[in-house]
Design a protein around this ligand. Sequence first.
Ligand SMILES: [Mn+2]
Length: 261
Amino acid sequence: MRIELGFGLDIIGDIHACFEEFMTLLDKLGYQKNREGLYIHPEGRKILSLGDVMSRGPQSIECMLFFLRHVEAGQAYMIDSNHGWKIARWLEGRKVQLKHGDENVQKEFKNYELKHGKKETLNLKARLKTLLMDAPSHYIVSNEGEDLVVCAHAGIKDEYIGNENSRIKDFCRYGDVAGMDEKGKPIRRDWFKEHKGDLLILWGHDPKPEPLLINNTLNIDQGVVFGGKLTCFRFPEREFVFVEALENYSGKTGADNPIGK
Ligand SMILES: [Mn+2]
């Protein structure tokens, strides 16, 4: 789970199947499509996704396929996430309830099968399942032996950093959830208040209208699928690059919309 900073990282918040906005972002960041169809940065930068690349939005398969190809090519990293884990188990053939936008992935696969046939669909599903199952709970970005940044989907406790077990995986997927309220929404505890030290923790999952920096923890999920924007945090430059959502794909408005759109 420890990766080298190398020539720089472009760390990207929850994409949630907003493939068009993601392509616009890569273009803004200076990535160029090569002959094999891979997006390569001329300065050798790499892409790191905070997870939830699929579900809710319109193009889950395209987004997952992008990370499948770029992770295999060593050009991108992608961490585990709550939707990613749900879809992984569905792809494995387990009985899971597809809701909160996961049902869109199933619909996309039905259309994919009509277009590409059963064999190719099964093959893709198996490869995507492996990608999602193999995704680590978090990454530690280091440079010349010094740890600089931790990337986790929904959050992490300081004592979990550098370790991996089922409890840590769950915490990184869902954050510190104290149960559900009467409306079925998770009651979230603010894990980031406990973080100490200089290590910067990047996280997404819980959309905020703007990047939120507290205690050296930085939320970069600005709710693109809810009509907000897709965020990239460039490291080590510590610069933000945003792409505004083309629309609110979520069907959620007003009080039901986490960023109030
Ligand atoms: Mn999430």
